[in-house]
Ligand binder design. Sequence first.
Ligand code: SF4
Length: 97
Amino acid sequence: MTTRTCGNCRLWEVRVKPAVGWMLGLGKCGNVPKYFDVTDDAGDVDDLNARVLKAEFQGTKAVALDASGHCAEFLTTAGFGCLAFEAKVVAPGEAEV
Ligand code: SF4
């Protein structure tokens, strides 16, 4: 039986050299977009942190945000997992993690 982990999830992209995290065996979850990519300001000029999800991203359940707001990714090991797991199609002969 396939384990419901990132290594078996179609949304996971393993890092390859020289990308950050490749030596740790990390991969990027494609299900966690950047906060500023999926939000718009709510029109409150006094509160720049008041943001709402863009219409096309309604239903987004997690976002990535770093201190700068410019670059953030959710990196996991192959053994991590979450409820949003989506099984990838495994070609005959291809090993599962
Ligand atoms: S964190 Fe969840 S959705 Fe993202 S790659 Fe892992 S199992 Fe898939």
